[in-house]
Write a protein that binds this ligand. Structure first.
Ligand code: BGC
Length: 285
């Protein structure tokens, strides 16, 4: 094949940042009654989006999230659904469309931890973690892709047909004894995410993961309320020497959902303070 010196590939990238970065967009966030889900739901609202706040059990937490979003002048609705249930997940997506008319951003964040050494792990502990963390991600992703395809691309809203963000963990790479069910689910999420990203990139549907390290959330209560655990154990694993804040993740989620990340497909981004940098080698290699 000969090169045509006069040929230049067309440029189809979005313009630079227009604030608020998610104006007019509609987002669904699972597990948004607390922790990272709550922070991302609020971050999206600050960036101009309306949000469906999914929760399971913690109604008061979900209502707090809704109120904080409404204070920002955005719309929010709370919806209870167990993402491990196909029926409940589909009902949640119907509520999304009935309430907001469309969906631009879907964040699969809901997750559980049920820790045990493998030889003591019950089938229920194994199954529930896989059901929520991995199968729940599949069920949300499937409904999201179906909805994005139905909508098509609307350039007045976004250059993407839709954005799907999976909240994974550094444990999609780092092995975690005592948490094999959790690490298996997160490792599975990684290749699910990449396979799906490959499947739908041509439609300009962007599928990516955020895989945080240790963040100040209710899941990490023990690590932040015990000075011994925090200073003598946790900080040894974090080269930048501080625990992550939910905003470290929500700021990234806002950017990843925005057109500023238009060329990011199938990536995993690790807000982890350097946890993946083999901290055991610091001063010991
Ligand atoms: C877990 C946290 C843990 C972090 C780093 C996350 O996936 O949810 O409990 O602190 O990984 O180990």
């Amino acid at each position: 094949m000969s090169a045509d010196q006069n040929y230049t590939p067309p440029n189809d990238m979005p313009p630079g940042p227009i604030y608020p970065m998610l104006a007019g967009q509609k987002a669904l966030v699972t597990g948004a009654s607390k922790g990272l889900g709550q922070a991302m739901a609020i971050g999206f609202a600050e960036a101009g989006a309306d949000v469906l706040v999914n929760y399971r059990g913690d109604r008061a937490g979900a209502e707090d999230t809704v109120q904080m979003i409404e204070k920002l002048g955005r719309k929010a609705v709370a919806f209870e659904a167990d993402v491990a249930s196909e029926e409940q997940t589909q009902a949640m997506f119907r509520c999304m469309i009935e309430t907001f008319g469309r969906m631009d951003i879907c964040v699969s964040n809901a997750a559980v931890q049920m820790n045990a050494p493998v030889d003591e792990m019950t089938l229920e502990q194994w199954q529930r973690v896989i059901d929520v963390n991995l199968t729940g991600t599949f069920l949300c992703a499937r409904e999201a892709i179906r909805q994005f395809k139905k909508q098509g691309v609307d350039r007045s809203i976004s250059y993407s047909m839709g954005k799907l963000i999976l909240i994974s963990s550094v444990h999609d790479i780092i092995p975690w004894e005592g948490h094999a069910n959790y690490a298996a689910a997160k490792g599975g999420m990684m290749l699910f995410m990449k396979s799906l990203a490959q499947e739908v990139a041509h439609l300009r549907i962007r599928v990516n993961s955020i895989a945080p390290g240790a963040i100040r959330t209710p899941m990490n209560v023990e690590k932040i309320t015990s000075p011994e655990i925090y200073q003598q154990q946790l900080l040894n694993l974090i080269p930048c020497k501080r625990i992550g804040e939910p905003e470290d993740v929500s700021r990234l989620a806002v950017w990843l959902a925005s057109d500023q990340a238009d060329y990011i497909h199938g990536s995993t981004i690790y807000p982890d303070g350097g946890m993946l940098l083999y901290p055991g080698f610091i001063g010991a290699g």
